[in-house]
Design a protein around this ligand. Structure first.
Ligand code: GLY
Ligand code: MN
Ligand code: MN
Length: 441
């Protein structure tokens, strides 16, 4: 669907970015279209940073933010996109075209993408620092190389021009890291739709269904709730499949007595949710399953309780890991003291991943986790996941057999507020709550 107007927030993001880099140019191509076979286009999803800075969601586009002293803000937003083409629109639907894109997306200039290569060198003639993400798209990189070569040649004549090419990811990533009010609203909506879908999945699972059927069920609810697509490949892992961290073949069958781990989230207006719940395929957890589940739940809840501005991101991981280690020691799965086990990384056998990641327009969102070698401190507006888990391989050499093949992860999305955090996702996770959902209550 074509947008007829968008908020000025996208333009304000460009203003903020460019005010932090006076005199530099930022060049961002749209995500390439990907085809299966020769002509069947796969679902098109705009590059997150281009979307963040423009709101434009069609392929074949390029944003050039070019320094210009004659502009009040010191730069110009020059946008390239495809001209309208009735033949193409007949097949693929309405296009923006340059006239409409200029107004809808609040650009200073808009040109036909076919003229990108001829116009770009002139736009960059006197620019000393260019931000362009090399290595993301081969065709774009080749165009960039040709462009920069032309710019270099003209530098010889004018004496002014290109000195260095930088990666734009850090600067744009820092902007994307702290969410605006509007972004938070969209993330809450993604979280609500995804939470409701998980609740349906917990209610409807039963032995004999395929993992793929459960995937269909949860993804149906994402889409019916208003999500355009999933945020990432849904993980629907029954029994010991849950011990594979990013299992997504989803082609096994649910069996009574086993657990089902579902790690899935919807994408709403480009913003992601990322939720994991693990629950019994029968009506109740076995006592061995309960023992492991309770440790993960404790680690997850206590870690969330510690989230507030000023806390270092990595410290949350250390904290969660130590709660898990303590629980594993209590069950005899690890022996020794918590700190020594952590320092010697002996727990990695059972907990081999981190405790969370930033979340936003991407599931593994942008933003630096370390600044000057120190784990960064949380700030209001950041959104991230808290997702501890425990995984006991089915042939584990030392763990008691009753724990073999148990894989449990519990994952929620949290927003850092001025005083603590708000948990955006709302799927029940207490043992009694899950068991009562499984009893149809
Ligand atoms: N679902 C991917 C992740 O949790 O990181
Ligand atoms: Mn995650
Ligand atoms: Mn996840």
């Amino acid at each position: 669907m074509i947008k007829t107007s968008i908020s000025k927030e996208y333009q304000q993001r460009r203003d903020t970015l460019m005010s932090r880099h006076p005199g530099a140019a930022f060049l961002l191509p749209a995500a390439p279209e990907i085809f299966r076979g020769s002509s069947v286009a796969l679902d098109y999803r705009q590059d997150s940073s281009l979307y963040y800075l423009t709101g434009f969601d069609q392929p074949q586009a390029f944003l050039a933010m070019i320094p210009d002293h004659n502009q009040p803000k010191g730069y110009k937003s020059i946008f390239f996109c495809a001209e309208r083409n009735p033949q193409k629109e007949l097949w693929d639907g309405e296009m923006y075209g340059t006239d409409r894109a200029l107004k809808v997306f609040h650009m200073d200039e808009c040109h036909d993408i076919l003229n990108l290569e001829s116009k770009l060198p002139n736009l960059l003639t006197h620019v000393e620092h260019v931000y362009y993400h090399m290595g993301q798209d081969e065709e774009g990189d080749r165009l960039m190389q040709r462009t920069l070569e032309k710019v270099r040649m003209s530098k010889g004549r004018s004496g002014k021009g290109l000195i260095s090419v930088h990666d734009p990811k850090v600067s744009i990533g820092e902007l994307r890291l702290k969410k605006s009010e509007h972004e938070i609203e969209l993330m809450k909506k993604a979280a609500k739709i995804s939470s409701d879908a998980h609740i349906e999945a917990i209610k409807q699972a039963k032995a004999g269904l395929g993992e793929g059927q459960m995937q269909a069920l949860i993804e149906y609810h994402f889409k019916f709730g208003g999500c355009k697509r999933t945020a990432y490949n849904s993980i629907v892992a029954a029994g010991s499949n849950a011990t594979y961290l990013h299992y997504h073949s989803n082609d096994d069958v649910l069996k009574d007595g086993e657990l089902l781990l579902i790690d899935a989230g919807g994408e709403y207006e480009f913003y992601h949710s990322d939720i994991t719940r693990t629950f019994p395929i029968g009506k109740t957890f076995s006592s061995a399953q309960k023992e492991i589940y309770s440790i993960v739940l404790k680690a997850q809840k206590q870690t969330i309780d510690r989230v507030k501005p000023g806390v270092r991101f990595h410290d949350l991981h250390v904290y969660a890991s130590k709660v898990l280690i303590e629980g594993l020691c209590d069950l005899g799965l690890l022996t020794g003291t918590v700190d020594v086990i952590f320092d010697q990384k002996k727990h990695l056998d059972f907990y081999p991943h981190g405790t969370g990641h930033f979340l936003g327009l991407d599931t593994h969102d942008t933003g630096l986790y370390y600044i000057d070698e120190a784990s960064r401190k949380l700030e209001p507006g950041m959104v991230f996941t808290v997702e501890p888990g425990l995984y006991i391989q089915k042939n584990h050499p030392t763990a008691p057999e009753k724990y073999h093949g148990i894989g449990i992860r519990i994952e929620d999305d949290v927003l850092v507020t001025e005083t603590g955090c708000e948990v955006l996702t709302t799927v029940p996770k207490e043992i009694e709550e899950i068991e009562s959902l499984r009893h149809g209550k």
